[in-house]
Design a protein around this ligand. Structure first.
Ligand SMILES: NC(=O)c1ccc[n+]([C@@H]2O[C@H](COP(=O)([O-])OP(=O)(O)OC[C@H]3O[C@@H](n4cnc5c(N)ncnc54)[C@H](O)[C@@H]3O)[C@@H](O)[C@H]2O)c1
Length: 474
């Protein structure tokens, strides 16, 4: 009798099993409940020829895209004016066993032709920030669901434009804030909802990530660390992101830090952000990097560039329910990566100290910890309160981008469209989070003056109920 080794909760296994005509001929062996033994592995190696042949390289290539288990999504077309970037994307599709996409690469406006296609249901907008809202509005007007990458509010009017376009067309937009799905962040959300923190009174987060090599590089493919070029001579984000640091002084990347805290505080769903105030330090990091780089130095033309964005930008935010939030933008100095989360309530405290691994944080719950006044490592708390989504999809997500978070945000986007359910992070969240950037710029320019944060829900926040992450579905 033939034997099939399978995983009961794997959708690919389920699909393949359904396609096998006479399944009764086979012995089914569920490998999570009864793992493969070394002896069985050796027997399979003999049949396959090598251990390597037993692993599907194809499915490993799907993983970074989070598409490896998805038979419900097809990438029909790509719009990108950069031929080299299109070639990379096509390679990714080919590695995942997908058909090549139809290309719209004829300049910055060719995306409009892509939007005319009637075989596309939804678009991901993952372009430079200045393109997010114009492309999002055009996509809504063309009748496509929109998944919009993080950050990109060039001004407050743009934030209103995307809200109004979604309301006018009746088509939803999802804010693709992947950090809301980080494993430790979701475990803390679980703890917040279970009351471990008591009443949450303060949240902190930010983007504390040394981007000097991203924003100044050689201009060659993946030429990070190998030069100090930006603009047309730079590679990837150096082509466009660095210019924002020349022109703007503000909280340029608020959503990774704010999104998770906003979800925990039910922002736009019973609560809202009301006011902010921002201050910025000197801008020293990028200039110093250019001066000290072997390919830079005082004679390099970029040594004369005056960067406007302070190395550290701190933004304090108040909420309608009386909480405070502190956001930090810290991307141009030497430092290890950390998003600096802190959630503090009347009964508990979490401080994130690393890059999201479950043991890279500290907690304090005085009642459970016998008033010890000592931090406890977060690992066992996170494991005990692991979110149902990670319990269900953690294995599938494990190889996806950004430590698995990208799997969940894409999964939510696809599932909501298929089930005709509202997006858990919607256009009001997107507009509110995007608005932090132009408001922080204004505040800094006015010496830290407090700015009102618009209510993009127009009062609906008082009736709207939280919907993010209540089940293991999406
Ligand atoms: N969520 C996350 O963790 C995360 C991580 C990285 C980047 N991002 C965001 O994703 C977006 C893209 O960042 P990236 O790192 O991929 O940058 P990138 O520069 O590598 O890619 C941007 C692409 O957009 C293309 N483009 C430029 N103008 C266009 C136009 N008019 N129409 C169509 N395509 C155009 C560029 O040619 C380039 O290929 C940004 O908003 C960034 O903030 C999010």
């Amino acid at each position: 009798m033939f034997k099939i080794y399978h995983l009961a909760n794997c959708t690919t296994c389920q699909r393949i099993l359904k396609e096998i005509p006479n399944l009764k001929k086979f012995t089914l062996r569920e490998i999570k409940s009864e793992p493969i033994t070394a002896k069985e592995l050796d027997a399979m190696k003999k049949l396959a020829g090598s251990y390597e042949a037993l692993f599907s390289r194809r499915s490993m290539k799907y993983r970074p895209m989070g598409l490896h288990e998805r038979t419900d999504v097809e990438v029909i077309a790509l719009a990108d004016p950069d031929a080299a970037m299109i070639a990379r994307s096509q390679k990714t599709l080919a590695n995942g066993g997908r058909k090549p996409a139809v290309v719209y690469g004829n300049g910055n406006e060719d995306y409009k032709n892509l939007l005319k296609r009637d075989d596309i249901d939804a678009v991901f907008i993952c372009t430079p920030w200045e393109w997010h809202v114009p492309q999002g509005v055009a996509a809504l007007e063309a009748g496509k669901f929109v998944g919009m990458e993080v950050c990109g509010g060039m001004n407050i009017q743009e934030c209103w434009d995307i809200v109004h376009a979604s309301e006018r067309t009746g088509i939803p937009v999802m804010a693709l804030e992947n950090v809301c799905y980080r494993r430790d962040v979701l475990a803390v959300l679980n703890m917040v909802r279970q009351g471990l923190f008591g009443e949450v009174v303060h949240g902190q987060g930010g983007y504390l990530h040394d981007l000097r090599q991203v924003m100044l590089n050689s201009g060659k493919e993946d030429g990070y660390g190998d030069g100090v070029e930006f603009g047309p001579k730079g590679w990837s984000e150096a082509k466009w992101r660095t210019q924002h640091y020349v022109d703007r002084n503000g909280e340029l990347y608020p959503t990774h830090g704010l999104g998770p805290v906003a979800v925990m505080m039910d922002i736009n769903r019973g609560n809202r952000l009301t006011r902010l105030s921002s201050v910025a330090s000197n801008a020293r990091g990028l200039h110093k990097y250019i001066m000290e780089h072997p390919k830079g130095g005082p004679d390099h033309p970029n040594a004369k560039v005056q960067f406007k964005c302070g190395d550290i930008v701190n933004t304090q935010i108040q909420t309608a329910n009386g909480q405070t939030i502190l956001l930090t933008h810290d991307t141009t100095l030497q430092r290890p990566y950390n998003l600096g989360f802190r959630v503090q309530g009347t009964e508990g405290l979490w401080q994130d100290t690393g890059w999201g691994d479950l043991d890279q944080g500290m907690v304090y719950f005085e009642k459970q910890m016998d008033h010890s006044d000592r931090w406890d490592n977060s690992k066992s708390w996170m494991e005990q309160h692991d979110h149902p989504l990670w319990k269900r999809y953690g294995t599938m997500a494990s190889g996806a981008g950004h430590g698995g978070m990208d799997y969940f945000v894409d999964h939510a986007f696809f599932e909501c469209i298929k089930r005709d359910q509202p997006f858990p992070l919607d256009v009001y969240d997107l507009a509110t989070w995007y608005a932090i950037t132009p408001l922080s710029e204004k505040s800094i320019a006015e010496g830290g003056q407090v700015q009102d944060i618009p209510d993009f829900t127009a009062g609906k926040w008082q009736q709207r109920k939280p919907v993010f992450g209540f089940t293991d579905e999406y």
